[in-house]
Design a protein around this ligand. Structure first.
Ligand SMILES: Nc1ncnc2c1ncn2[C@@H]1O[C@H](COP(=O)(O)OP(=O)(O)OP(=O)(O)O)[C@@H](O)[C@H]1O
Length: 762
């Protein structure tokens, strides 16, 4: 079904326009054929197309009169309730330190670290193969083994060679029998999903992806077979090694394995600014419409880029692309907000490529050719994905190179590649980028060529976990540049601190219609509230129900921490579900491999931490389950956004304990409804208990410690330390451990939990 809509040009605020858009036609492209397999009887799915009055807005910052209270510092009641705006130290207060750091870099950018001892092959770390249940996929297990959980902050690694089992995929039909028609475990109606929906969208796999230049260094490939090698090349993962991934601070599951968590607090700088609010002409004809009627060739894009776009299968722009491209090509800084899965990557890559196209061509003899476009992403998967997309768009620009630098990859190998294969576009995770600035010869000089800086998932990059690195990176690139910041969530706090990267007169382009949710209305959201001792059986029951109702299922289960993810993956594997796991405790090669497999597969469950929460574009995900408290409202939205991409339908279920119910108030503006409580029959209960008893003790210990650390970082739970410990011990019992595992004193000290009754120390 396709409804075309040509919006009238409507200026709601007649004050002087900031940017003029070419007339853009925005249409509605809806596909309603996919079914929603579970809970549909209880909460009949209602498509919501509330008229054609949507609009996106752009706002431009103007310095306000001294002392005036900036409009954007006002918080809504809900935000106040969430207490999201916290004051912390100014972003610029370390300016002196930063400038020292930068001048030091410029005079001495190479400090001789090419390959540290840590990066040698000799230290393969512990190889721990966990026991696996009969018929279990070899590569689906978690690292359930001993010896890894001491309180060592040292870099750790493991060989992924033993994790690379046969990539066989067991179809669930064989395990669970044929899918039930119409009635699921929860006694609900089921529709059959229409076939061929995928074909309506673009198939880009293996098509139009440029050969990666110089990403593979044979010396760096360890235990990787030919297929794997090809797969890695296709996905720019050729540099990945067996190094475990907790060496860089790029990882987004907040779990350093010790239970010490970094809070995702955003700060307010209190700088005086004033918005010149400006409503834009209507573009979108529905809150769920993400395609515009504007073709790429209607915008000033180079012919070779247009060819690449065409080969990628893109003809019309998505709404966010149509809204941002004309502004960006004019050279403006932009902060853009658009819902998940609506094409933000192309929206920032394409104009960045155009800047490179307009720059002088690379001089072959130039030793340190400048990097012109720098794209920063919070996770490795996302960086790799963005680089792959860039290569797709660059198909007809043979002289423009892209490289990725990410944690979990041997830095020496990246250094060699950076030298051997000059690139004008660099995609990076913050920790590794900073590492290169400090340790790679000539790198800081190359960065002085940056004309465009992109912060993908900008709100995440500006929060406490990454902010220091981002500040340092920004101080190492020219002030005279264009900056683009994109995210599906732009909380007030980010708007307040975005000046750290953006010029004051930047445009804020919000393609989410005012008064509508930040989530897609075609994604049904439900919550289930159940005590911890019921959660593992419930998770199993819900997943089984989903599988039974949709043989083409593709589900993601988000867990609070990497270690808890490992435990849940182990449990679901023992229960013979077809699972894979991704989290920061897995080697990068393994992560890349699993990510690629999941992208292409059906009939698979990905159990993951927040490393998969943002940006990762897995097509056709049917269900997103979130187990336990999401780190924030934003994180809830991004995780949910792994389903319902490109206008498709999807389903999200949030499983919380009663004491986590407070989280619902932070998302009360979202259409999250209460699901009927699924029943757990005695056999299922026993089956889950048996599976839990099969799990390795070390993985339970690790999960317990990580669980405690995670909730200790959640203000509302950690307020009462005594209660926190009681809850942790409840979690321990839910894993089948009546006596909670002992935790090193040092760790408890760091957590501020020494001498709390109920904890055991070692
Ligand atoms: N103009 C277009 N026409 C058709 N498909 C497109 C277009 N632009 C992007 N896509 C596709 O849309 C999908 C989602 O894009 P992308 O991953 O960039 O979304 P996103 O908005 O960045 O999502 P998230 O907020 O989760 O990061 C991708 O598969 C991409 O290939």
């Amino acid at each position: 079904m396709s409804i075309k809509f040509l919006p009238p040009l409507r200026l709601l605020n007649p004050s002087p326009p900031v940017t003029r858009f070419p007339l853009m036609n925005v249409g509605l492209s809806i596909n309603t054929r996919r079914s929603i397999p579970i809970f549909s009887g209880v909460f009949p799915f209602k498509l919501k197309y509330p008229g054609f009055s949507s609009r996106f807005s752009t706002r431009s910052f103007r310095p306000g009169p001294t002392g005036s209270r900036p409009e954007f510092t006002r918080r809504t009641g809900a935000e106040r309730e969430r207490g999201e705006v916290r004051t912390s130290k100014s972003l610029v207060e370390d300016e002196a330190e930063l400038s020292d750091w930068v001048s030091d870099l410029r005079t001495n950018s190479f400090r001789g670290r090419v390959t540290s001892e840590d990066e040698s092959d000799s230290d393969m770390g512990r190889r721990n193969r966990s026991k696996r249940g009969p018929g279990r996929d070899r590569d689906s297990g978690s690292n359930r083994g001993g010896g890894r959980e001491g309180f060592s902050m040292k870099r750790r690694r493991e060989s992924d060679s033993d994790e690379f089992g046969e990539p066989t995929r067991r179809r669930t039909e064989s395990t669970f029998g044929p899918p039930r028609k119409n009635r699921g475990t929860l006694g609900l109606q089921n529709e059959k999903r229409g076939q061929g929906e995928r074909d309506l969208w673009l198939k880009r796999d293996g098509k139009g992806v440029k050969g990666e230049r110089g990403f593979i260094d044979d010396d760096d490939e360890v235990d990787v077979g030919e297929d794997e090698r090809k797969g890695l090349m296709r996905n720019l993962g050729g540099l990945v090694t067996e190094e475990e991934s907790d060496d860089d601070d790029d990882d987004d599951d907040g779990d350093n394995g010790n239970g010490i968590f970094e809070k995702n607090a955003l700060s307010s700088t209190g700088l005086k600014k004033e918005f010149d609010m400006k409503d834009r002409p209507s573009l979108s004809s529905s809150s769920d419409s993400f395609m515009s009627e504007t073709r790429f060739d209607q915008c000033s894009i180079s012919p070779l880029s247009l060819k690449g776009i065409k080969d990628a299968g893109y003809e019309k722009m998505t709404v966010v692309q149509a809204a941002t491209l004309p502004v960006i090509v004019k050279g403006k800084d932009v902060l853009a907000k658009a819902k998940t899965g609506t094409g933000k990557t192309v929206a920032f890559l394409l104009p960045s490529i155009e800047v490179v196209v307009k720059s002088p061509p690379l001089d072959r003899d130039q030793k340190r050719p400048p990097i012109i476009a720098l794209v920063i992403c919070p996770t490795r998967e996302l960086a790799t994905q963005a680089a792959t997309e860039a290569n797709t768009l660059l198909k007809y620009h043979p002289s423009i190179g892209v490289q990725v630098v990410i944690g979990g990859v041997r830095i020496a190998s990246e250094q060699r590649n950076l030298q051997a294969n000059p690139c004008q576009i660099l995609v990076a995770t913050p920790g590794r980028l900073k590492d290169h600035i400090e340790n790679t010869a000539g790198f800081a000089t190359r960065l002085m060529g940056v004309k465009v800086l992109v912060l993908d998932e900008a709100d995440r990059l500006l929060d406490m976990g990454f902010r220091k690195d981002i500040e340092k990176i920004i101080s190492a690139i020219p002030k005279q540049r264009q900056t683009l910041m994109f995210s599906a969530t732009v909380p007030e706090e980010v708007r307040q601190i975005c000046h750290v990267a953006l010029k004051r007169d930047h445009e804020f382009i919000n393609t989410v219609e005012e008064g509508t949710e930040d989530t897609h209305s075609k994604v049904r959201q439900m919550h289930v509230i159940a005590p911890l001792d019921k959660q593992f059986p419930l998770l199993y029951v819900i997943l089984k129900d989903h599988i039974a109702n949709d043989p083409d299922y593709k589900a993601i289960v988000f867990c609070t921490t990497a270690r808890v993810t490992g435990l849940v993956a182990g449990l679901l594997g023992e229960l013979n579900l077809n699972i894979r796991e991704i989290h920061s405790r897995k080697a990068q090669t393994y992560r890349t491999r699993v990510s690629n497999e999941f992208r292409k597969s059906r009939g698979l469950i990905l159990v993951t931490s927040d490393v998969s929460a943002r940006g990762v574009d897995y097509p056709d995900v049917t269900l997103v389950m979130q187990v336990g408290l999401p780190a924030s409202r934003e994180q809830y939205i991004h995780r949910l956004g792994r389903t319902g991409r490109k206008g498709k339908e999807g389903e999200g279920i949030l499983l919380l304990a009663p004491w986590e119910e407070f989280f619902l108030s932070t998302v009360k503006d979202l259409p999250l409804t209460k699901a009927p409580m699924p029943s757990i029959d005695p056999d299922t209960k026993k089956k889950v208990e048996r599976a839990l008893s099969q799990l390795d003790m070390n993985s339970k210990q690790a999960a317990y410690q990580a669980w405690l650390g995670y909730y200790n970082s959640q203000k509302k739970v950690a307020n009462d330390k005594y209660r926190l410990v009681e809850l942790a011990n409840e979690f321990s019992r839910s894993m089948g451990l009546d006596t909670p595992p002992a935790i090193p004193k040092l760790v408890l000290g760091k957590m501020g939990l020494r001498n709390i009754p109920g904890l055991r120390t070692k």
